[in-house]
Design a protein around this ligand. Structure first.
Ligand SMILES: Nc1nc2c(c(=O)[nH]1)N[C@H]1C(S)=C(S)[C@@H](COP(=O)(O)OP(=O)(O)OC[C@H]3O[C@@H](n4cnc5c(=O)[nH]c(N)nc54)[C@H](O)[C@@H]3O)O[C@H]1N2
Ligand SMILES: Nc1nc2c(c(=O)[nH]1)N[C@H]1C(S)=C(S)[C@@H](COP(=O)(O)OP(=O)(O)OC[C@H]3O[C@@H](n4cnc5c(=O)[nH]c(N)nc54)[C@H](O)[C@@H]3O)O[C@H]1N2
Ligand SMILES: [Mo]
Length: 769
């Protein structure tokens, strides 16, 4: 397929629908013609497809092969032995059977968090879950996400499920038509809404903001970076000290309440616990009124600016949005809850384009209509193991098996899995304090990884199985919030000996005597037809045109019907609070929450509160570091692709710093710098910019972890992965969510010989067995 010119065939990725074909031996990727604002991340594909960073053959870590399963501090610096598929699968099936027989399915951690690829059948996380359920009877799982770990727990207590407050809530259509003022905490950067899990055919956010702004809607960005809102929104920038938004929100609330500008009628009818919160707000409980003068030094925003802003919000169709990023930090529950309380005080919740929208614009899933038919999804079977961890407690679990911790009102015990199985995620991308994660992964008996490329996670694994990437297989792309279902045609042959996750699991299931249970007798092609049949049947039931699978495949796409924009549960609640109560304990918005208060957590009390962070910039780490989502790729995926590597400088990830912080440190634009704190250090290339708040530096996530000397305890990452610096601690005892977004560091100019970047060079390969 690679040699000749081929026709362009349809395909889809989390970053957009597209077609691809070969021209002069090169892969050419064209965004879907219907996409008004295509995503450049698609251009990582051509170079990534045959890059040397890909894994060509099954590999086994030498130490594991020679000494068998067990804790081993050579993980991450050992060499690998290439083996045949037959040998790799025999070793792995034997090891799975050993662990199952000795420990039961509780012996396997199969959480396997990660974004995988857009196709709904070859979705690696669904595949590994189904495999473990069907062959072992289950696995230790993880709950919640790195995206919204704090929100996933707090929102259901105080208003409703995260999805109902983010995806099925205020729509972009309503913002364009109705909002008068949008106060966006953490912004709504287009780089983020360019991405949608399962695929996205139309990027509409830029147009929606442009239309609203042209109508006179005012956008106000609260955040440390100017470009968290697109120029199209014409936003005013309120530069805030990171992790202090709750204080600003409280001061806005104080100004509203003391001026009688809050909507008492709304609070009485739709909320619970205002009086208790008001007592805190006015300082009757702790002697400290949360007024603008109090918030000014905490937030770095002048008191007059705060009071003027509060007055601009009152009496208008105001929308408060709170980005995921704010809650990916210590006490991350608070800004999410307080944003809701502020919106309740303004009384616009449930009205078109008004109220509260959690994470609007964080992904291409929010602010859109829902499909009226269900998307394709691989059934995962039943997990008989009850044990779980909140997803970001992985290193804690591995380092303290049997230890106890608190979570959402319960005291839980960390499970003690022996074998960790990862397919479709990259913990060396997503987890915090990577030096601690390295120590954690050294404890397990066996680490199995299915990967496309030699990520740091693969380099720590005992058994590494090379998998196809999306372009090398057929699949169906679909998401609940995008109407275009895409027939993802194969564009290229598999790389080296790479196989599909499904083929690997099918063979393993056969070796474990569970072939029929796992495959149900279907080939991958049969499964695509089987999954599609559900959509077809749904369409027929609704009396809509329902092309058969072959017509869908030939056409390459199918436009699905979508439901009306009905404003979701918040609109229904506003219209009829008794008939359509919220799914909270009281049926109302809980400003004071008895359930949470009953847990007695000092780090998450019964109403939103300002809780100063444990780690503030001072001493040896005087700067805030924002480790946000990268603009040039999705997380760590295809970091070696053309667009991602083309935007690096001197081969390293780019760190932004304000001139006022660069000058005293002797740092000039383009200098290589070291970022350091007590947990670790990494290199990056400095970009000196006025678009960042003084006192804050920014280094996005996603540069592949590249330790200079992996034998050291805390090696320098020479490439710029900020997770060597971040803190591995939960948001609070309530949610135990990820806190990777914000940390503190010192930055110095790097002098000396620049170490080479080896992240994309495969590890030293020993001779084949
Ligand atoms: N410091 C800090 N850390 C963060 C964040 C932050 O804001 N700050 N954000 C967090 C967030 S929100 C998230 S969601 C996580 C994301 O963390 P991850 O989802 O783990 O990151 P990805 O890089 O998308 O990892 C997906 C992996 O799956 C592999 N893959 C893709 N397709 C397939 C396939 O078909 N089969 C197999 N077997 N593998 C495949 C890719 O090669 C890649 O290595 O990171 C979190 N980490
Ligand atoms: N291009 C691209 N898009 C993505 C992703 C990706 O990897 N690449 N990942 C996707 C995923 S999985 C998710 S969950 C979403 C994540 O969505 P978010 O978590 O919202 O995205 P981030 O870019 O991490 O953060 C948004 C902005 O919040 C600001 N911010 C950080 N801390 C604070 C604070 O304390 N206060 C205020 N007011 N602002 C703050 C930062 O300046 C940052 O740029 O993004 C999705 N979109
Ligand atoms: Mo995420």
């Amino acid at each position: 397929m690679t040699e000749a010119e081929t026709e362009f065939r349809p395909h889809s990725a989390h970053w957009g629908a597209f077609s691809a074909g070969w021209r002069d031996g090169r892969l050419v990727v064209r965004p879907h013609p219907g996409d008004p604002d295509p995503n450049l991340i698609l251009q990582n594909f051509p170079e990534a497809l045959r890059h040397q960073a890909r894994i060509a053959r099954p590999m086994v870590r030498r130490g594991w092969l020679e000494r068998g399963p067990g804790a081993d501090d050579r993980r991450g610096r050992d060499d690998y032995v290439a083996v045949s598929w037959d040998r790799a699968l025999e070793l792995l099936a034997g090891e799975l059977a050993r662990v199952r027989d000795a420990h039961g399915p509780e012996g396997v951690f199969g959480g396997s968090y990660g974004w995988s690829s857009a196709g709904r059948f070859h979705h690696a996380q669904s595949q590994v879950h189904r495999f473990l359920n069907m062959t072992l009877g289950g696995y230790v799982r993880s709950v919640n996400s790195y995206s919204a770990g704090a929100s996933n727990v707090i929102l259901p207590h105080v208003v409703g499920p995260t999805e109902d407050v983010s995806r099925r809530n205020v729509s972009w259509e309503a913002v364009a038509a109705h909002s008068e003022v949008v106060l966006a905490f953490g912004g709504m950067a287009l780089k983020n809404s360019m991405v949608g899990g399962g695929g996205i055919s139309r990027h509409i956010e830029r147009d929606a903001m442009r239309t609203a702004a042209a109508r006179g809607c005012e956008f106000i960005l609260v955040g440390p970076l100017r470009d968290d809102m697109p120029a199209d929104a014409g936003a005013e920038w309120l530069s805030i000290i990171p992790n202090t938004d709750t204080a600003l929100m409280l001061a806005l609330a104080h100004t509203l309440a003391s001026g009688g500008l809050h909507d008492r009628g709304f609070l009485d009818r739709y909320t619970l616990g205002w009086e208790k919160f008001e007592a805190y707000l006015f300082g009757r409980t702790d002697g400290q009124p949360k007024d603008a003068a109090w918030a000014a030094p905490i937030t770095g925003i002048a008191a007059e600016t705060i009071t003027a802003l509060a007055r601009r919000l009152a009496g208008r169709r105001s929308l408060i949005t709170v980005a995921h990023s704010l809650q990916r930090a210590e006490h991350g529950e608070q800004p999410v809850w307080m944003g809701l309380v502020l919106a309740a005080m303004l009384g616009q919740i449930g009205l078109p384009g008004g109220g509260y929208a959690y994470a609007l614009g964080a992904l291409a899933h929010t602010g859109r209509r829902q499909n009226a038919v269900s998307p394709a999804a691989l059934p995962q079977g039943r997990n008989r193991v009850g044990a779980y961890i909140p997803v970001a407690r992985i290193a804690d679990m591995l380092l303290n098996p049997g230890g106890s911790y608190e979570y959402n009102g319960q005291t839980l015990t960390y499970p003690a899995p022996k074998l960790v199985y990862w397919a479709g995620g990259n913990p060396f991308h997503h987890h915090q304090d990577l030096n601690r994660l390295r120590r954690a992964f050294r404890q397990v008996e066996t680490l199995v990884v299915h990967e496309i490329g030699w990520t740091a996670t693969a380099r720590h694994a005992d058994i590494v199985l090379p998998v196809t990437m999306t372009l090398e297989r057929e699949d169906i792309g679909s998401s609940q919030t995008d109407p275009l279902m895409v027939a993802m045609h194969r564009i290229a042959e598999p790389y080296g000996e790479a196989r599909d996750d499904y083929a690997i699991f099918s063979d393993l299931a056969a070796r474990l005597g569970k072939a029929e249970a796992f495959t149900e007798g279907r080939s991958a092609g049969d499964w695509l037809r089987h999954l599609y049949a559900k959509t077809e049947a749904d369409l027929i039931t609704k009396g809509l045109p329902a092309p058969d699978f072959d017509s869908f495949w030939r056409k390459g796409e199918l436009l699905l019907p979508q439901a009306e924009d009905d404003g979701g549960i918040l609109r229904a609640f506003r219209d009829d609070p008794d008939g359509a109560p919220l799914p909270t304990r009281s049926g109302r918005i809980e400003i004071f929450c008895e359930t949470i208060a009953g847990f007695g957590y000092a780090d998450c009390p019964g109403h939103p509160a300002w809780l100063p962070p444990t780690e503030a910039p001072r001493g040896e780490a005087p700067l805030h570091l924002i480790a946000n989502q990268p603009a040039t790729r999705l997380h760590s995926q295809f970091d070696y692709g053309g667009h991602s590597s083309g935007m690096k400088r001197r081969g390293r990830e780019v760190m932004r710093i304000h001139p006022a912080d660069a000058a005293p440190r002797g740092i000039a634009d383009g200098d290589v710098v070291t970022l350091r704190n007590t947990r670790g250090a990494c290199l990056a290339t400095a970009s000196v910019s006025e678009d960042i708040r003084p006192g804050v530096v920014q280094l996005p996530t996603g540069a592949w972890y590249d330790p200079e000397d992996p034998a050291e305890e805390n090696p320098l990452c020479v490439h710029g992965n900020p997770n060597v610096l971040t803190r591995d601690a939960g948001t609070s005892r309530l949610a135990q969510g990820c806190t990777g977004q914000i940390t503190t560091v010192e930055v110095t100019r790097f002098t000396g010989n620049l170490p080479p970047i080896r992240a994309f060079v495969p590890p030293d390969l020993a001779a084949a067995e």
